[in-house]
Design a protein around this ligand. Sequence first.
Ligand code: F6P
Length: 565
Amino acid sequence: MNMDELKQSCHELSLPVTEKCNPISRDIDRVNGKQMVQILRKCDAEIFEKKNHDPFHQDPEESLIVLSGCGTSGRIAFLLVTSFNEMVKAPKQKQICSYIIAGGDRAMLTSQEAPEDDPALGARMLDKICAGKKHVLFVGISCGMSAPFVAGQLDFCLKHLDVFTPVLLGFNPVHMARSEPMQDCSFHFKDVAERMIAEQRHKKAFVLNPVLGAEAISGSSRMKGGSATKIILESILLAGHEAAFRGKRVTPECISAWITASEMVYETTYSHSDELAALIHQAGESLQMKAHVYYIGWQTLGIIGLTDASECVPTFGADFDDIRGFINNGFREMKNKEGDLSFLGPEFVIGHKDFVDTILPSLSQNDVMLFLFTVNDDLHEVTALADQVRRRTSNLHAIAHDLEKFTIPETVCNMFGTVLHITWSFSSEEVNSVVMRQRWELSTKWCLNAISTGAHVLKGKVYMNYMIDLRVTNSKLYRRAINILQRFTGCSKGECERALLRAIYSTDDLSEDMTSADVWKHTDVANRRDQVVPTALVMIQCGCTLAEARHHLDCHPVIRDAMVF
Ligand code: F6P
């Protein structure tokens, strides 16, 4: 190992697990679709490798359960709350579960990164929705154990333990929780996590933090982090439901059984690797031709599609219409707290009817159409829409789930080119319809994460397994940007930060005001700039000026090519 490699591996060791480079996917940018699926399969397998589930806390007396998070963590919170409320509606109980997403409901469809940095905002939002409640089970989700928004909420709970039972869900050991100062705050995330651990001894707070290995694309917690959040919290909520409404005793074994069922979903999904690889290829070709990928989903699979599509904007610097999701009945189907948001702009236009009215007339043969449905959806509606789409393009594919005893007719499947058709062996007697739906959601999430990630890799947006051209829109992403620069240049943190600031402030001569400003000022400016990390990287590697670095990037629009000096 030479000196540079040694420096890089020391740096890597110091990173929290969720920010590390996963050795499994190091070469994801050099393989074909089929090999890519195998890489993602191995990364996701790590979810099931270490089963150190913490003991379940049984307390059926809460009058409110709140799940909260930023970005994908908030979107998964929303999805879980939607299913859980549907489940408790059945025995005619009032809805007892609620969600918070940093930035409000608009963050479900667009990236709202700045509120993630605000601990006071998190606490205020929690206080507001819990007004008048006597018992609140609060689950703060932060995959990287890093979001100040969630830290502020946990701190608020810890100060009111008479009402709140706080739970922290994340995927780093507590000693790797973030320890940087937070905006207008005297404590940091790690302090809060340590206080949670102290309270855990008295069963007043709980920390659930299984370590799942690094993400397939470094730091992209929408992937494993999001899936594991869904698996763990679904298992807990289901256990709570069984205990509260069916009088069942919840044991660690039954929690394990639910986790094992998710592992079966994982195995089954990835056993369809040929179709998955074909869909990655189709989506990749389409993006390379500057065409589009449209997910047309029904019910919660529509939400999975919308979520996956909206994450491509911050993750890969994609345009909002590169990959877009649509759901039957639009916001009526979403049942989100703030209702119809379509007045906010084109990113919020999400109904099938909107698709037919605004996109279908100009759909091209290069655009990929991907239908997402199950045997429980209205198949007449599915075929009618597929028929309309077929009149414009044959580039029409599907992910379709059904049951051995209740299959989708062949005539429906025959309408699509590539069909990732999964016939599940669980019967409707064995699991209730909400649980079945949750498994289909998980399977679809794995497929869409693979398709959108794979397609952007094929487009050349990823170098090794790093998304270098990240938008530096909050303090976590600012730190990640510096880590990436250190990783690829072997230079000191100070040198990397200076180069990053030059790119952010668009200057070769940083003023005192610029260098002494706090990180939130930097991210505010960075939010309005393109390619800040690639520019900084080229400036360091080539020892060149800002203008020269920009020229180099203009000549190499594909990030992977631009990184060859
Ligand atoms: O700031 C953006 C982001 O990285 C999202 O991509 C991610 O989903 C969100 O933060 C939340 O991250 P965490 O769950 O680690 O707090």
